[in-house]
Design a protein around this ligand. Sequence first.
Ligand SMILES: [Zn+2]
Length: 105
Amino acid sequence: MLQIHCPYCQEYREEEEFSYAGQAHIERPSEPESLTDQEWAQYLFFRKNPRGLHHEMWYHIHGCKQFFNVCRHTVTYQIISSYKIGDRPELEQSKAVDKESINAN
Ligand SMILES: [Zn+2]
């Protein structure tokens, strides 16, 4: 079971207090009517499924009822950081991939 740090409550709580809410940092297109059907479908339905660091949204459903972001390693399940919506993660995904490929060599 994961221990998840809620950046609003400022404490670690059991995973069962939270609900996974999908990939983080998905920006709604500013002019959706100008997109092709394929681009709109990409925005609505397609999500990353990386092997390594993943930025995802969680909802503290049995706590403060706030959404926040978590940076989690999908292989080890280790949570690297949690941060409020609107904040930037400590590790960006592209840097994390570089770091992982360096460690693999
Ligand atoms: Zn909370």
